[in-house]
Design a protein around this ligand. Structure first.
Ligand code: CTP
Ligand code: MG
Length: 235
């Protein structure tokens, strides 16, 4: 299923505390955001990439895109104050029909199988997200006291990508803008329209690099993938 992808990369990585955008940190010698772009560059179903950048990062990111020979970035748009504003800017470049994916540049480990499951689901139902069942017990806490334990069997941790019919996501962003609603993901804007959102079970590897310890997890995931590729080569 052909799709376009919006990649928000215009944050500042404050929680990573690297003194620069965390997306420029290297994994295996390659910047984080290049790993993410490569997944879509190499997916034949991806038609084009719309990238939201912080103005201060623009020239450095563009130089790296050239260096790593990434060809599918069709538009660069300026990021906004919040992630939602960055995506809204990008959505204006996505056209009016077809399927659009939104995927955080800070999640370099997404795999093609899940992308394709999502785009197929979005084509059928209008909106689909990738998520994993929560492993911890989750409690509601107020003033350092537990107020309740939430039934874990219905809790899922939501990741990106999230996939939508473009017309549905445009409606959702328009409405959120009118209502000054700020959501923590794109699907929550669509849910406000009363539109159903399909869940595709994802992979626990698809972490978002947020705080410094995530770099150790990322290193471990890279090594695991290298080992499994090497063992495939031996077969
Ligand atoms: N993002 C964006 N525009 C913003 C804020 C975030 O495009 N105004 C992007 C980030 O670059 C990242 C993704 O949205 O790829 C998810 O955001 P997050 O993990 O919170 O990254 P940062 O906002 O950069 O990190 P922090 O919140 O720690 O500053
Ligand atoms: Mg942020």
């Amino acid at each position: 299923m052909a799709y376009k992808v919006i990649i928000p990369a215009a944050g500042q990585g404050k929680r990573m505390g690297a003194g620069k955008n965390k997306l420029l940190l290297e994994l295996n010698g390659t910047p984080v955001f290049i790993h993410t772009l490569k997944v879509f560059e190499e997916d034949t179903e991806c038609e084009s990439i719309i990238l939201a950048l912080h103005p201060q990062d623009e020239s450095e990111f563009k130089a790296l895109i050239e260096k790593y020979n990434i060809k599918k970035v069709a538009s660069f748009v300026p990021g906004g104050k919040e992630r939602q504003h960055s995506i809204h800017n990008a959505l204006k470049e996505a056209g009016a029909t077809g399927i659009v994916l939104v995927h955080d540049a800070a999640r370099p480990f997404i795999d093609k199988r899940h992308i394709h499951e999502l785009t197929d689901a979005a084509h059928r139902t209008g909106a689909a997200i990738v998520a994993v069942p929560v492993k911890d017990t989750i409690k509601m806490v107020k003033n350092e006291k537990v107020t309740s334990t939430v039934d874990r069997s219905s809790l899922w941790a939501v990741q990106t990508p999230q996939a939508f019919r473009i017309s549905t996501l445009l409606d959702a962003y328009e409405k959120a803008d009118q209502d000054h609603f700020l959501g923590t993901d794109d699907a929550s804007l669509v849910e406000r329209l009363g539109h159903p959102v399909t869940v595709v079970e994802g992979n626990y590897d698809n972490i978002k690099l947020t705080t410094p310890e995530d770099l150790f997890f990322a290193e471990a995931i890279m090594n695991k993938r290298k080992t499994s590729l090497a063992s495939l080569d031996e077969k």
